[in-house]
Ligand binder design. Structure first.
Ligand SMILES: NC(=O)c1ccc[n+]([C@@H]2O[C@H](COP(=O)([O-])OP(=O)(O)OC[C@H]3O[C@@H](n4cnc5c(N)ncnc54)[C@H](O)[C@@H]3O)[C@@H](O)[C@H]2O)c1
Length: 252
């Protein structure tokens, strides 16, 4: 028996990194999983890997910058499985630059995916979550959503704002059994962080030196926490976040 038997999960940004590991984790624990990503080919590969392992998954391409695509995705999930229980609003991009020099368009582009994209995902999902008798929305914030960092103003702003969205949604969803939480990952080795590490060979070792657990995170480390937050084990957890950073933030 899996914790997610009989349930349906929707993962945005589910074709890579943290989203992919979480989609796999949901499927391993019995959920039927809809993987949404801009990268259609990688989504289909993820679905093939899950179905090849005996799980159930479908790729429903969705760009979270478009509300209509989020709404269409939920409609497709409803038509296919008739319910929705867990939503991992995870699609995100990195944006780097000093406030003084970053282009306004680049700043807004990061907010549009990382913040507005999560809003659109949640807005589209709420009616079906409510109709399913309740459920969970987990938003991918970051440790940068709890502290500021050089060169990461747009990213940090987007991830900090998710804390407000999460708290408000917890308030709105509570009466319907819909819980809203955030995760705050530290440095996780994924295709997003690969170029950062490649640009600065010291990046990884410097991060390890300020991390009590002495290693970067793996996507599966985050997936396990998302699964917990969506599971009945977290039935009394809403409006708050979990830091998944090996202790980095504790000693900054
Ligand atoms: N890797 C880290 O160290 C780290 C730390 C904290 C938070 N995060 C956050 O975790 C989330 C996942 O990041 P990751 O590290 O797995 O990166 P990743 O680049 O491996 O995966 C992100 C996925 O999101 C998809 N995506 C991007 N824009 C999209 C859009 N508009 N619509 C739909 N899909 C879109 C990409 O195609 C990609 O598959 C992001 O929100 C990121 O900000 C990552």
């Amino acid at each position: 028996m899996g914790r997610f038997d009989g349930t349906v999960a929707w993962v945005t940004g589910g074709a890579s990194g943290i989203g992919l590991a979480t989609a796999q984790r949901f499927a391993e624990e019995g959920a039927r999983v809809a993987i949404s990503d801009m990268n259609k080919e990688a989504s289909e590969e993820a679905v093939a890997a899950i179905t090849g392992g005996g799980g159930e998954a479908v790729s429903i391409p969705c760009d979270v910058r478009e509300l209509s695509q989020c709404v269409d995705t939920v409609r497709a999930i409803d038509e296919r499985w008739g319910r929705l229980d867990s939503v991992f609003a995870n699609a995100g991009i990195l944006g780097v630059g000093l406030v003084e020099f970053v282009e306004e368009d680049d700043f807004l582009r990061v907010l549009d995916v990382n913040l507005n994209g999560v809003f659109r995902t949640a807005k589209a999902a709420m009616p079906l979550l409510k109709r399913s008798g309740g459920g969970a929305i987990v938003m991918t914030s970051s440790v940068e959503g709890l502290v500021g960092n050089m060169m990461l103003a747009a990213y940090s702003t987007s991830k900090t704002a998710l804390v407000g969205l999460c708290r408000s949604l917890a308030h709105e969803g509570g009466p319907f059994g819909v819980r809203a939480t955030c995760i705050h990952p530290g440095y996780i080795e994924t295709p997003m962080t690969e170029p950062v590490a490649a640009m600065n060979p010291d990046f990884k070792n410097e991060w390890i030196a300020k991390t009590p657990l002495g290693r970067p995170g793996k996507p599966s480390d985050v997936a396990a926490v998302v699964a917990f937050l969506c599971s009945p084990d977290a039935a009394y957890v809403t409006g708050t976040g979990v830091v998944v950073d090996g202790g980095t933030l504790a000693i900054r």
